[in-house]
Design a protein around this ligand. Structure first.
Ligand SMILES: Cc1cc2nc3c(=O)[nH]c(=O)nc-3n(C[C@H](O)[C@H](O)[C@H](O)COP(=O)(O)OP(=O)(O)OC[C@H]3O[C@@H](n4cnc5c(N)ncnc54)[C@H](O)[C@@H]3O)c2cc1C
Length: 240
């Protein structure tokens, strides 16, 4: 069962018009906000921005920094959060710290929540690492790891009951406990994130995050999404 989830919290309305206005102000004598009635409608604005800013590797990414999108990301393993947070420019995060939240781990130890609701283990299957080494993750191996998660959850519960601080007790948890976070991107930073994390040598789970982020972008800025899909998505074409 897939638990990974991404929900929209808020986004700049009419992001492509917003980019258009920023671009237009660069070469327009007047005050661009006063000319709102003359702005092209949202889809047309997107097409114009693609043509004048992006097509043919023009690389005029600056105006793409104005619109913002905020998403809630849920049930991803700690490793994904850690990787995502390496992107600092035009991105902001608020993350469950496990200094204030850990009740769910104790509840899993009590059997009130499934263990896999709070810990992430890869599905059974065949895998390879970045050097191409192949291996199988069998049901037997996975069962051993689940048992380890159970033991850790029980010890965590015991530590909290004995008065330990959450920040102390979290240290004994398996690395990939699940964590929720809120992330905001400028539209440019969103595409930069996709450049780096949707490419095929990125870790499987963060690529799955990209798969869930992408439909939100397509709904938000469809014409730019279309350009990005054709010219960059999964192609590891890294912008500076
Ligand atoms: C597949 C993959 C594997 C990785 N593995 C590891 C790993 O094993 N260990 C590890 O520590 N990290 C790892 N990273 C993280 C990587 O090294 C970068 O720290 C991370 O991708 C953030 O870089 P960014 O270009 O996205 O920066 P962002 O913070 O998103 O910045 C965006 C852009 O702004 C510019 N910029 C930002 N800061 C500066 C600056 N200080 N000076 C000049 N220009 C700047 C750059 O052009 C940069 O590309 C990995 C990343 C990927 C995609």
């Amino acid at each position: 069962m897939k638990r990974f989830r991404v929900e929209l919290i808020a986004a700049t309305p009419n992001p492509q018009q917003c980019i258009f206005a920023a671009m237009h102000q660069d070469y327009f004598e007047g005050f661009v906000a006063s000319e709102r009635q003359q702005w092209p409608e949202e889809a047309k604005a997107g097409e114009i921005c693609v043509k004048r800013l992006l097509a043919g590797e023009r690389g005029h990414y600056g105006p793409l920094e104005h619109p913002q999108i905020t998403l809630n990301v849920g049930w991803f393993p700690h490793s994904v959060m850690q990787q995502a947070r390496t992107h600092r420019v035009g991105v902001s995060f608020d993350v469950q710290s496990m200094r204030y939240t850990g009740e769910r781990i104790s509840r899993a130890a009590n059997g009130e929540l499934e263990l896999e609701e709070v810990f992430y283990l890869r599905p059974v299957g065949s895998y390879s690492d970045r050097q191409g080494k192949k291996y199988d993750y069998t049901p037997e191996e996975r069962a051993k790891d689940l048992a380890l998660c159970r033991t850790a959850a029980e010890r965590y519960r015991e530590m909290l009951a004995a008065g330990f601080a959450e920040e102390h007790a979290r240290g004994i948890l398996p690395f990939d406990y699940r964590q929720h976070f809120v992330v905001s991107f400028s539209l440019r930073a969103f595409l930069h994130f996709m450049d780096l994390r949707a490419k095929l040598d990125a870790q499987q789970e963060i690529r799955e995050l990209c798969d869930l982020l992408w439909p939100h972008f397509q709904t938000w800025a469809p014409e730019i999404a279309l350009w990005y899909e054709k010219s960059r998505l999964h192609k590891a074409r890294l912008a500076p």
